[in-house]
Unconditional design. Structure first.
Length: 575
């Protein structure tokens, strides 16, 4: 493969850049300047993900992109790039796909070892009018194969390790009628395609499918949702203009599942504002302590459960969170204890936590800001509030029987959303999409209500509700607050429908009976704690515990996931 265009090549830890906390501090004047600068790639008119890298490179030039792991297919295996080099890699891989026979409207499945390069690969496909389907390599191999059958891709981008795990043999590729770009049996090695003539951009229209991503598989086999450039750009715009967040003086640390629709949104938002980027593949405590201690991100997005893990390194000698001014979480409920601990770990004068409620099907819905003071109040008062709707987005509480708006919005019911960012359809299961549509409104699958000040409160997933329990999530918040050494607590029903707290303690810790009695005091009807190992949590690609599988473990009293769950249980249809 040819070398890349830049003479500065950073391929080892010894050559990495390093920043002090003071270097990341921003004066109020610089914050204001970054917020109101007109120097940006506008998202008011939708921008396809296949074009954003080139547009940003033209606008912002050598804005840095830092990585903890090089792109698998980068000829120079660099750990530090810039916008220009990133755009060049996107262009070169679009040539690879075109040489492999990919054309407009073809689907390209990307299922590979997690890394930020997934966004570059998706952009390369979208650039030539193909539709990238981003599939997590952390799903069960059977679920991945089901999703591949639904996608029916022209090309699969993978690697040796993932292909072995999924069973992408030559025979399997023939069954899918797909070409694999990978050094595997029946695949085409990248070297044979690299260096082809770069085709002109030819993205699909703004209202056409731009990318396919999947739901998290918390309730069964994931659904594949098509999103348009119009929908993704809208939420990307909302993120990019949020006060005192993105800007050229910041460093955005993206530590999420890079196959999720959130990754596409923050890719657009980051590049549209010329924000320097830190793309992280490995969210482990050890790596975060090192990489954050080196680059000092000022804005960080991660999964709630990863933030929970990072509580363990809040006092690390590297001070990994000292420079963080804005924490940002989506995907799942965030526990007040976690918000408090990490806000305290920041050495910025006024750090803020933005909790964003949303999901693959409708993208972002609400946002709730926290400060150090308000996080403490939330832990005491109302941990289930997820804030207020974003501009252009509406939510309502609906009667589950009629699907119509409840007259009393404080009475719990189905949460429905009307948004310009709603998915176009579900690939392979369009009937499931239709079932959740109510005109312009869409069922989120969550159960909630309006609070005293009009805020949205999420009580539970509808599929996870337990009769007689107002909110399993509220119980989990209370227990986590009272059991500091707990890594995760999930309330699920036992065989008799009684709520049972499944508790996973941090490594080397065990549940103290006295701590349990104190933490659970005042919570009526709760079963005895069911302690499990981390492996038993059956986490999804976005680090969520799969509650329906934990329910099976509780019913079987299998604390260590010693027995394999039946295939039909794992592969049940998701709600």
């Amino acid at each position: 493969m040819p070398s890349a265009v830049n003479e500065r090549v950073v391929t080892s830890d010894e050559a990495r850049s390093s920043f002090s906390i003071d270097q990341r501090r921003t004066s109020p004047a610089a914050l204001l300047s970054g917020q109101f600068t007109r120097d940006r790639v506008p998202l008011r008119k939708p921008v396809n993900a296949g074009l954003i890298a080139e547009l940003a490179a033209e606008r912002f030039g050598r804005t840095p992109v830092y990585l903890d792991s090089p792109f698998l297919w980068d000829p120079q295996q660099r750990l530090e790039l810039d916008y220009v080099e990133f755009a060049e890699l996107v262009r070169n891989f679009s040539a690879v796909l075109y040489e492999a026979g990919v054309r407009r409207w073809d689907r390209v499945a990307i299922v590979k070892t997690p890394n930020y390069d997934i966004q570059a690969l998706a952009a390369a496909a979208a650039r030539i009018g193909a539709i990238p389907a981003l599939i997590s390599a952390k799903l069960d191999s059977d679920i991945i194969n089901i999703l591949l059958e639904r996608v029916r891709p022209k090309v699969v981008i993978t690697d040796t390790e993932v292909a072995r795990y999924v069973g992408l043999t030559e025979a399997r590729l023939r069954e899918l009628s797909a070409i694999a770009i990978a050094p595997i049996d029946g695949g085409v090695p990248l070297e044979k395609l690299w260096g082809a003539t770069v085709p002109d951009p030819s993205p699909l229209r703004e209202e056409d499918p731009m990318v396919i991503t999947h739901t998290s598989s918390t309730t069964g086999v994931s659904k594949l949702a098509e999103a348009s450039a119009k929908g993704v750009s809208w939420i990307g715009l909302m993120e990019s203009i949020f006060p005192f967040a993105h800007g050229p003086n910041e460093l955005f640390g993206s530590v999420i599942s890079h196959v999720h629709i959130r990754a596409v949104i923050n890719f657009l938002a980051t590049f549209s504002r010329g924000t320097p980027l830190l793309g992280v593949a490995d969210p482990s405590n050890e790596n975060i302590a090192d990489i954050f201690g080196r680059y000092r991100p000022t804005i960080v997005e991660a999964h709630p459960n990863k933030f929970m893990d990072w509580e363990e390194i809040a006092d690390h000698p590297n001070d990994p969170f000292a420079s963080v001014r804005v924490y940002f979480n989506t995907f799942d409920a965030i526990h007040p204890r976690t918000i408090q601990r990490l806000l305290e770990a920041s050495k910025r004068r006024f750090p803020v936590w933005l909790q964003c409620y949303g999901m693959t099907e409708v993208q972002a819905v609400t946002v709730r800001p926290y400060t150090r003071a308000s996080a403490a109040r939330s832990a005491r008062d109302n941990s289930r509030s997820v804030g207020w709707e974003l501009p252009g987005v509406r939510a309502r509480i609906a009667d589950p029987e009629t699907g119509k708006r409840r007259r009393d919005q404080s009475e719990p019911g189905m949460i429905q959303v009307k948004t310009p960012s709603r998915a176009l359809s579900f690939v392979g299961t369009p009937e499931k999409f239709s079932e959740r549509r109510h005109g312009k409104w869409f069922d989120t699958g969550d159960w909630g209500r309006r609070g005293k000040w009009g805020q949205l409160e999420v009580l539970d997933r509808v599929a996870d509700r337990i009769e007689g329990v107002q909110s399993c999530l509220w119980i989990e918040d209370q227990l986590l607050d009272g059991i500091p050494d707990a890594e995760e607590i999930v309330v699920v029903p036992d065989g008799d429908g009684k709520p049972v707290p499944v508790i996973c303690m941090r490594p080397g810790r065990s549940l103290d009976p006295d701590v349990w009695q104190k933490a659970s005091r005042g919570i009526t009807g709760l079963g005895e704690p069911f302690e499990v190992t981390p492996e038993a949590l059956h986490r999804t690609a976005t680090a969520k515990a799969r509650r329906y599988l934990l329910t099976e473990l509780v019913k079987r009293e299998d604390h260590r996931r010693a027995q394999e769950l039946q295939r039909e249980i794992v592969l049940r249809d998701g709600a």
